[in-house]
Ligand binder design. Structure first.
Ligand SMILES: [Zn+2]
Length: 903
């Protein structure tokens, strides 16, 4: 488009250059041209570049002159363009069909494409002799053409080669590189095609002579081409002669091709009333087939000596005087260029047109689809007509139509066929305003309901807004005037599901199971996300202390189990759908119904089965739960003298996160030989070591009063050793503590001298240290488990002080890493005379401690990792701070601690 305007701008100057014969040379490859244009004003030549298609459109243009660079076009380009396109077709198109191209192509196939195949004579001519000494090609030049020929035959001629390569496709380029190029492509790239172009361009503007010589089998076998300064001979074997026949009319030669059998089509007329063409011909000099029979066959042609060639199958138009309407499409398509050229009273348009359509519904709801070319009334005009792929539009002419949707101007789709038609052509219909297909707007669903009697009933429901009144309902589509077609998208489910189907409640589960996939297509048939949180078991103790296990479904928040209907494995919630209770959600078979554990099975159940059922448990009676934490609380202690003995009556309660149980109840159970107790503090097994003190108590002789256990002072010591007993905060707490205080003021022979401790103790801490001292002297290890902040550290240090006073013993203090330096600080401050070695960090060394220090301060981590090393040392006293870490007898720390060698 742009080039056309630019061309117009330079038309005048370009034509001036052309007429002044300033086109000096031209090289081209395919549709790419470089033309030498002489600019006499600038006294120089330019080589403008042009790419031109077969219809003479400029695809690309470039000139290196100033105007060319500035404006993208110039007079040189214009001159080149007019030269290239001066005849009916551009040079490259004509060259392809030309005699010279055919001639050189034939000889090139015999000679090969290598330049070295040509031999040079002394006089400067070139020739090729076949192995049978036949001269296939000969060329001799004079004057300036000598240089020209030499240039074509030079090994390298970059300009032309570059142009050739730029004109071929990448695929062809690859074929050449891989050595797989066809002969035709090799010819295109060879010097032979250069020579052919040379001859072709010379013949455009210069005189030449073409002679046929050397009769062979009734035909000539030699073609001689003579220009002023060129003489060339070509050997054309009989079998190849056919190839030059179609090109004979592109040159002036004695032999010609008589395409129309010597006749001539003078004119063609169209009779629009009769819908027919009349063909008017002149009578030719070579009329009768008889004459042709004298000729010889050369390929598709008949050769008549010294006259020329006739097609063996004559053009049908030559035998036809009138082309009737039923043949119009055939003749127009086959001989469209002849028709275009010869028709006198109409116009034939060869450029294809795409037909247009419009559509409407008639009263009987049949759809009419009508074709037109320019306006809807095209074919309504009295003389307009449609001939297969050709349309005759009155006053406009004939048009070739492409992409016809129907064979006729009008197609009527009956109401019965419409549904199928729309379904098949919905994409095409998108081109028609008001007739497009729409999806999803109106759908007919298969829906279901559950009746009062719990039967499952299917029905069909069309979602159709009330505001549309003007509509036509087809099987699968609904047409709404002005809007288009709406799919009803009735999900065509396989039998047995269809509207009207009713399933009895007893058969619902089986029905769902066997039609699952189909039912999934029904909206809201299945609840997408499980409403079940868990299907599990409720385990409780009944009034007789028997374990009762009942299955239970726990639904997720937002659901209420009461609203569900159950159909065997399926549950149904109104307005939500069905849900299958799948196997993964199901219970072990033996617990699908309520079960009561017999007393004989009870121990097994609570020991093993309960653990196995854990994943299913939704509710567990607290009394069956194993407590996580358990502490012993001393609620009251009363001192009693019984005969000579002192007895302590204690009210001890075990307290867990669940609740509490009196130790007395536990003792009773132990006496009854029970292995466990269902208590308010949870399920407790007596085999645990922490209950040993209870098991070791003497059995009371008489029934015990109230909630009291009777303990001797040794029992109490043992208890305090095994258990972390806390004093309950009751109103008796003070009294209890006082008694405990008394209990713990055990006298020892050894005086507890804590003078090394540089701190003063609170009175209760002094009790603590006495207690520890007592344990130490009696070779009992102990745990100091006061509440937080009561100064366990101080009491421990006091004990260290007292023991150190006895002898230079070794001490071990183990604490969590986080408090190791706090400990160090405290030890240095309050026990300055004790030499502390902090066994921690990467540079720790045990021998440093053994040589120079009294106290090894380390962490649980190191104890764990170096238990073997530490086992070898002997400590008088080991203190474990924050010992709860080690209390769990299964922990690694515990195992490491048991290895520590402390007396
Ligand atoms: Zn220019």
């Amino acid at each position: 488009m742009e080039f056309i305007k630019l061309l117009q701008k330079f038309e005048k100057d370009g034509k001036k250059l052309l007429n002044a014969n300033q086109i000096k040379d031209i090289i081209f490859s395919d549709n790419i041209y470089e033309t030498q244009v002489r600019d006499s004003k600038l006294k120089t030549s330019f080589w403008p570049f042009l790419q031109i298609d077969k219809d003479k459109n400029i695809l690309d243009a470039f000139c290196s002159c100033k105007t060319g660079e500035k404006q993208g076009f110039c007079e040189h380009l214009a001159a080149a363009f007019f030269y290239i396109t001066k005849k009916n077709e551009p040079i490259h198109v004509r060259f392809k069909k030309s005699f010279f191209n055919a001639l050189f192509k034939i000889v090139s196939f015999y000679i090969g494409f290598e330049k070295k195949n040509l031999k040079k004579k002394k006089n400067g001519s070139y020739f090729y002799l076949s192995s049978s000494k036949k001269e296939f090609f000969y060329i001799e030049t004079k004057g300036k053409e000598i240089e020209r020929l030499e240039e074509y035959l030079k090994e390298k001629k970059e300009d032309k080669d570059a142009l050739k390569y730029s004109a071929i496709s990448l695929d062809d380029m690859n074929l050449i590189k891989e050595g797989r190029a066809s002969d035709a492509l090799k010819y295109e790239m060879s010097f032979f095609s250069d020579l052919a172009k040379w001859f072709f361009l010379l013949a455009e503007d210069n005189k030449y002579k073409i002679e046929f010589k050397e009769q062979q089998d009734g035909l000539y076998s030699q073609v001689i081409v003579i220009f002023a300064d060129i003489f060339a001979k070509f050997y054309i074997p009989f079998s190849s002669f056919e190839e030059i026949v179609p090109t004979l009319n592109t040159v002036e030669a004695k032999l010609k091709l008589y395409e129309f059998q010597g006749k001539k089509i003078e004119k063609i007329l169209y009779d629009r009333a009769k819908k027919s063409f009349s063909i008017e011909k002149t009578k030719g000099f070579f009329e009768e087939e008889k004459e042709q029979k004298k000729g010889i066959k050369v390929g598709e042609y008949i050769y008549v000596e010294d006259i020329g060639f006739y097609p063996q199958k004559p053009n049908e138009l030559l035998k036809t005087d009138v082309v009737k309407s039923d043949k119009i499409s055939y003749f127009l398509s086959k001989y469209k260029t002849i028709f275009e050229e010869k028709i006198e009273n109409e116009k034939i348009h060869l450029k294809p047109y795409f037909p247009k359509y419009f559509m409407y519904f008639d009263e009987d709801q049949n759809l009419h689809i009508k074709m037109y070319v320019f306006e809807k009334m095209d074919f309504e005009k009295p003389f307009s007509c449609f001939f297969g792929s050709w349309a005759y539009i009155q006053d406009k002419g004939f048009y070739l139509l492409e992409d016809l949707f129907f064979e006729e101007i009008e197609e009527i789709i009956t109401k019965e066929n419409l549904s199928e038609f729309i379904t098949e052509n919905r994409i095409w219909l998108h081109n028609f305003e008001g007739f497009q297909t729409h999806f999803g707007a109106f759908q007919s669903h298969l829906v279901y309901t559950l009746t009062k009697d719990l039967n499952l009933v299917f029905s069909s429901k069309l979602e159709f807004p009330g505001e549309f009144e003007n509509f036509i309902d087809f099987e699968e589509w609904i047409y709404i005037k002005g809007i288009g077609f709406f799919s009803k998208v009735e999900k065509r489910l396989n039998l047995p599901i269809r509207p009207g189907l009713s399933i009895k409640k007893e058969k619902i589960a089986k029905f769902i199971k066997s039609n699952r996939e189909e039912l999934e297509q029904i909206d809201n048939f299945f609840i997408e996300n499980s409403p079940i949180e868990k299907i599990g078991l409720r385990i409780v103790l009944n009034e007789d202390y028997k374990i009762v296990i009942t299955p239970e479904i726990k639904v997720k928040e937002g659901f209420d189990i009461k609203n569900f209907q159950f159909f065997e494995n399926f549950m149904y919630l109104k307005d939500r759908g069905f849900f299958e209770i799948t196997k993964s959600l199901k219970l072990p078979e033996m617990y699908e119904k309520e079960k009561i554990v017999t007393k004989s099975n009870e121990a097994f159940f609570i020991t093993f089965e309960l653990q196995r059922l854990k994943p299913y448990i939704i509710f567990l009676d607290k009394r069956l739960e194993k407590p996580k934490s358990l502490s012993l609380k001393l609620a009251k202690i009363v001192k009693r003298k019984r005969k000579s003995k002192t007895i302590y009556q204690v009210n001890l309660e075990y307290q867990s996160e669940i609740g509490k149980v009196n130790a007395l109840d536990m003792q009773k159970a132990i006496i009854e030989n029970k292995k466990y107790i269902f208590s308010k503090a949870g399920l407790m097994f007596f085999k645990q070591a922490r209950f040993n003190w209870l098991k070791n108590l003497k059995k009371p002789k008489k029934s015990q009063k109230d909630q009291f256990l009777e303990l001797t002072s040794i029992d109490i010591i043992r208890l305090f050793m095994l258990e972390d007993v806390k004093v309950a905060k009751t109103k008796d707490a003070e009294q209890t503590k006082k008694l405990l205080n008394e209990l713990q003021t055990f006298e020892t022979d050894k005086f507890c001298d804590i003078s090394l401790l540089k701190a003063s103790l609170w009175p209760y801490q002094e009790i603590g240290i006495k207690w520890l001292w007592f344990l130490y002297v009696n070779n009992l290890s102990g745990l100091l488990c006061d509440d937080m902040g009561l100064g366990k550290t101080h009491q421990s240090m006091a004990l260290i002080a007292a023991i150190h006073k006895e002898k230079n013993f070794k001490f071990l203090v183990v604490c969590p890493t986080s408090v190791i330096y706090h400990w160090e600080e405290l030890l240095k401050k309050f026990l300055p005379s004790i030499r502390v070695y902090v066994y921690h960090g990467v540079y720790r060394k045990l021998d440093k401690f053994t040589k120079d220090c009294d106290l090894l301060l380390t962490s649980y981590g190191i104890i764990r990792s170096e238990k073997d090393k530490l086992k070898k040392l002997k400590f008088e006293l080991a203190i474990f701070d924050e010992i709860q870490i080690a209390k769990n007898i299964n922990s690694l720390t515990h195992r490491a601690l048991s290895n520590i060698n402390a007396t």
